[in-house]
Design a protein around this ligand. Structure first.
Ligand code: SF4
Length: 362
C-alpha cells in the first residue's frame, strides 16, 4: 500500500516521488480499506505500507488528513495498521526516518517496521543524495537507534551501486551490526542493487554486476551476526542460486499483484523459486513479516501478537492453495520508482526464507 507518492526529498535514482498530481494525494481511508480487503482475498499475509519522507510538508496531504479526522500521518497509519490486523494481515511500515515516539505509537498496531540505511557514506554531495537530506547517514542511524530503544523488530539494507565506495559497503554493514549488537532488533538486511530508471538524474548509470552483488552478499554474511538474515529481492536480482550460495537466506516478499515500486521486475511464482532452489539442495519456507524470535511479549504489543495465530492459519491455507503456485502478474500503469521503501517492494505479500541448512551443496 502506498498512501502517497509525495516526498520532500529527490534522490537521484528515484522515480517514485511525485509532488504534484493525483499520486501525490493521500489515499483515502475508504480506498485503503478496499486495498486491505483485496490483499486479504488474494491470500497475502503481510501488508507493506510504504511512502516517502516528510509527507506532512504537503498542504494537500495535511488537508486530507484533517478531512479524514486524523491529527497527523502517524495516526492515519496506525488506523490502517489496525484494520490490516483485523483482516488477518501483518502490517510492515516503511516510511523513512521516524522518531522514537512515533515508533512507540506504531508498535501497538504493527509487529515490524523498516528503513534502508542504503550506505553509511555521506553522499550528500553526489548525484544519489544531493537533494535528499533525509538520507544523511547520521539521520538513518538515529532512526534505527530509536527503533532499537522502542524494541521494534526492524528490517534494513544497503543499496549497491549508487556511487558509494566499495569499502563503504563493509562500513555500512559494520554499522548495522553494531546497532544490532546493542539492541538485537535487526531481523534482516537486504542487499539491493541500484536499478537505473528513466527520467531520473541517474538514468544513465549502470546497475551493479552479478559478481559485485554476489561479493556484497558474501561480505554481508561475513560481517553480520548469525541471527540477522541476508535478503535478496529475487525479481531485481534473479540469479538467486549465486546469492544463496554466497550467504543469502531470505527472498523477502512476493506480491500477488506485482511490484508497484519496480513494475518491470517480475517475480516468479513461489513454487518456481522452490523448484530452482531444491535443484541445488535448498528448501524454501514461507515466513511471517516478523521473524520467529520476536514473536513474544518481550517484543510485540498485545494486538499484533494476538493476530499471529490467525495469520499463521491463513498462511497455511494459502500455501496449500493453487494460487500459491500461480504465475505472478505484472502491475500495469504503475510508476517505475525506487522509493524510500525501495527494498520493500510489495503491496501485500508473503515472505520467504531459504533453509540453507537443507543444502547438500552449500
Ligand atoms: S528514494 Fe525515498 S527518500 Fe528518496 S526521493 Fe524517493 S521516496 Fe523520497
Amino acid at each position: 500500500m502506498i498512501p502517497t507518492h509525495y516526498c520532500r526529498n529527490t534522490c537521484g535514482y528515484c522515480a517514485f516521488v511525485e509532488r504534484d498530481g493525483a499520486r501525490a494525494n493521500l489515499l483515502s481511508l475508504a480506498r485503503a480499506t478496499e486495498e486491505i480487503e483485496r490483499a486479504r482475498r488474494s491470500g497475502a499475509t503481510e501488508l507493506l505500507i510504504m511512502s516517502g519522507v516528510g509527507v506532512e510538508t504537503s498542504a494537500s496531504v495535511r488537508r486530507a488528513l484533517a478531512a479524514e479526522g486524523f491529527a497527523d500521518y502517524i495516526a492515519y497509519l496506525f488506523c490502517i495498521a489496525r484494520r490490516a490486523l483485523a483482516a488477518g494481515l501483518l502490517p510492515h511500515i516503511n516510511i523513512g526516518n521516524v522518531t522514537e515516539n512515533e515508533i512507540r505509537l506504531l508498535r501497538e498496531a504493527t509487529p515490524s517496521m523498516g528503513m534502508m540505511l542504503e550506505t553509511i557514506e555521506d553522499l550528500s554531495g553526489e548525484a544519489a543524495h544531493r537533494r535528499a537530506p533525509d538520507k544523511l547517514p547520521a539521520r538513518r542511524m538515529a532512526t534505527m537507534e530509536a527503533a532499537g530503544r522502542a524494541r521494534m523488530p526492524w528490517t534494513t539494507g544497503i543499496l549497491v551501486g549508487i556511487g558509494e565506495l566499495r569499502e563503504s559497503r563493509r562500513a555500512s554493514l559494520e554499522s548495522i551490526a553494531r546497532i544490532h549488537d546493542e539492541h538485537k532488533h535487526i531481523q534482516e538486511v537486504i542487499v539491493q542493487p541500484f536499478t537505473p530508471h528513466a527520467a531520473t538524474a541517474m538514468s544513465r548509470w549502470s546497475a551493479p554486476t552479478v559478481c559485485e552483488l554476489r561479493d556484497t552478499v558474501r561480505l554481508a554474511r561475513e560481517v553480520l551476526p548469525r541471527d540477522v538474515v541476508v535478503q535478496i529481492p529475487p525479481n531485481i536480482a534473479p540469479d538467486i542460486i549465486e546469492f544463496v550460495c554466497a550467504g543469502a537466506s531470505d527472498l523477502g516478499g512476493i506480491s500477488p499483484d506485482g511490484d508497484r515500486i519496480n513494475p518491470d521486475e517480475r517475480w516468479l511464482a513461489p513454487r518456481a523459486y522452490a523448484r530452482a532452489l531444491a535443484a541445488h539442495g535448498f528448501s524454501l519456507q514461507p515466513r511471517l513479516a516478523v521473524h520467529e524470535r520476536f514473536i513474544n511479549h518481550d517484543w510485540l504489543a498485545s494486538e499484533p501478537l494476538a493476530a499471529i495465530p490467525v495469520v499463521r492459519r491463513r498462511l497455511s491455507a494459502h500455501v496449500a492453495s493453487p494460487a500459491y503456485g500461480a504465475s505472478m502478474t505484472k502491475q500495469s500503469n504503475a510508476a517505475a520508482p525506487q522509493s524510500e521503501a525501495q527494498s520493500f517492494i510489495h503491496t501485500s505479500q508473503d515472505s520467504f526464507a531459504v533453509d540453507t541448512n537443507a543444502a547438500s551443496s552449500f
